[in-house]
Design a binder for this molecule. Structure first.
Ligand code: ARG
Length: 460
């Protein structure tokens, strides 16, 4: 195919050399914006025809040509040449190949600067919708798993030390809450980015009577941007999107860390599916949680992308600079890693079993009922600070004798506090404690069941 000349070949003497060509190109990765580039171009061309800047018939030719280019790309028929630098130029060149002079009118009143900013926003809108749908599936997997364990107990940890007993469902639901904030954050990001920069041109807009509002409507944007200088360089939405995915990865990485620990012989809390484990080339007994480790490991690259994005943005002079081309690498990376990790986590969560009996075996180790004993004293009229001290003393005593609080006699309790009566034994032991949780959002069975019902209707 004879190469269509780039319009600036008259301005610059000779093209960049091969090394520079390879250095400057983004086609190798921004090719994935092709659909959005074509969508934007069709809307732009339609507006040009409506405003009399091109003939209606010319719009028809441009539209048909662009759709053909799209088919060519999708059928793998279009051979991209990096001499065109990026997807915008490559598509325009392919259009000109097909339509000649009419295709040359497409770029009227437009620059790649407002074009790329538009493409990215269109891409990100879809990407957010897809990612949110995946996160909701993950949430549903947690809710379903939680449904199996509303009455089974486990210890909750703070500082990785045994803290208080909880129902397993409450632990699982804690992730549903985390991911619900991610969904909201991505939604906010989508709302903020959903404005059309098209018509901002290279930096100062255009002397042509462009109807920006009409292009925005055609592309489903809720509004247009109102400052051309800002419009061509604003990548806040990009940083924000990457930040939102960073938090998704933070939550996933914490989940991975928990599940890795919980599946160890030392904890023995869960059994993950063989599907998501690997073995060792040397140690025949091994069952390694590699997928979880990879989720934890891959999160690093998204955090890296966030830092990179902010660094790309921070020291550029106003307005568009080629530095910005690098943004796409990071927004794609963040989206791809988050997306695949959310899917992987969904598979893992859906195929995990809690070893309820194994957990129950030593559930009463570690004084999980100490806090509830202090609250028992509060209910008997003892000020909490005093109760805290009394229970602390009892725990120290039990620790010395290697017994549980529930193994103390009523006389020993009496010696510590006159407020303690025979009914104290109803407040001791993990089972009793969990049954007594009464505050909203507490980690008991009734609260978990309520929340499961809420999430089921919310997520379906
Ligand atoms: N590939 C470029 C980017 O991603 C498109 C914009 C190029 N604009 C320019 N003035 N060279 O940023």
């Amino acid at each position: 195919m004879a190469k269509t000349k780039k319009s600036w070949e008259k301005r610059l003497s000779g093209g960049p050399d091969e090394m520079a060509m390879n250095f400057v190109e983004s086609l190798s990765y921004d090719v994935r914006l092709y659909k959005y580039d074509i969508q934007g171009s069709i809307a732009h061309a339609k507006m040009l025809s409506e405003e009399g800047l091109i003939e209606e018939g010319e719009f028809d030719v441009i539209k048909a040509g662009l759709l053909e280019v799209q088919e060519d790309i999708e059928a793998g028929r279009l051979e991209f040449d990096i001499v065109y630098e990026d997807i915008h130029m490559a598509i325009e060149a392919a259009l000109v190949e097909k339509t000649g002079d009419i295709g040359r009118k497409l770029h009227t009143g437009r620059s790649r600067n407002d074009q790329v900013a538009t493409d990215m926003r269109l891409w990100m809108r879809d990407e957010i919708d897809t990612l949110v749908a995946k996160i909701k599936k993950l949430q549903l997997a947690f809710v379903e798993l939680a449904g199996k364990y509303t009455d089974s107990l486990m210890p909750a940890y703070t500082h990785l030390q045994r803290a208080q007993p909880i129902v397993i469902a409450a632990y699982l639901l804690s992730f549903v809450e985390q991911f619900s904030r991610d969904v909201k954050r991505l939604g906010n990001c989508r709302e903020i980015l959903n404005v059309s920069p098209l018509g901002s041109g290279a930096v100062a807009g255009s002397t042509l009577p462009l109807n920006r509002q009409s292009v925005a409507e055609k592309l489903g944007f809720s509004d247009i941007t109102y400052n051309s200088i800002d419009s061509v360089s604003d990548r806040d939405f990009c940083a924000e999107f990457i930040f939102a995915t960073t938090l998704v990865m933070t939550h996933l990485s914490k989940l991975a860390e928990d599940f890795i620990l919980y599946s160890s012989t030392e904890f023995g809390f869960i059994k993950t599916s063989d599907k998501y484990c690997t073995s060792s080339s040397m140690m025949p007994q091994k069952r390694n949680p590699d997928m979880l480790e990879l989720i934890r490991g891959k999160s690093g690259s998204v955090f890296g992308s966030l830092t990179a994005m902010l660094m790309i943005m921070k020291a550029q002079p106003s307005t568009y600079n080629r530095d910005l081309q690098e943004d796409k690498l990071h927004m794609f990376n963040a989206a791809d890693v988050a997306s695949s990790c959310v899917e992987m986590a969904t598979g893992i969560v859906s195929n995990t079993e809690f070893r309820v009996e194994r957990i129950a075996e030593n559930l009463d180790d570690g004084f999980l009922d100490a806090t509830s004993l202090a609250e028992y004293l509060v209910k008997k009229g003892v000020p909490f600070r005093e109760a805290h001290g009394i229970v602390g003393g009892l725990v120290a005593l039990c620790e010395k004798r290697e017994i549980k609080l529930s193994e103390l006699t009523i006389d020993e309790f009496h010696a510590a506090s006159k407020a303690i009566e025979q009914d104290v034994f109803d407040s001791l032991g993990a089972e009793n404690v969990v049954r007594e949780y009464s505050s909203t959002g507490a980690a008991g069975a009734s609260q978990a069941k309520e929340r499961i019902a809420y999430w089921k209707s919310e997520l379906s």
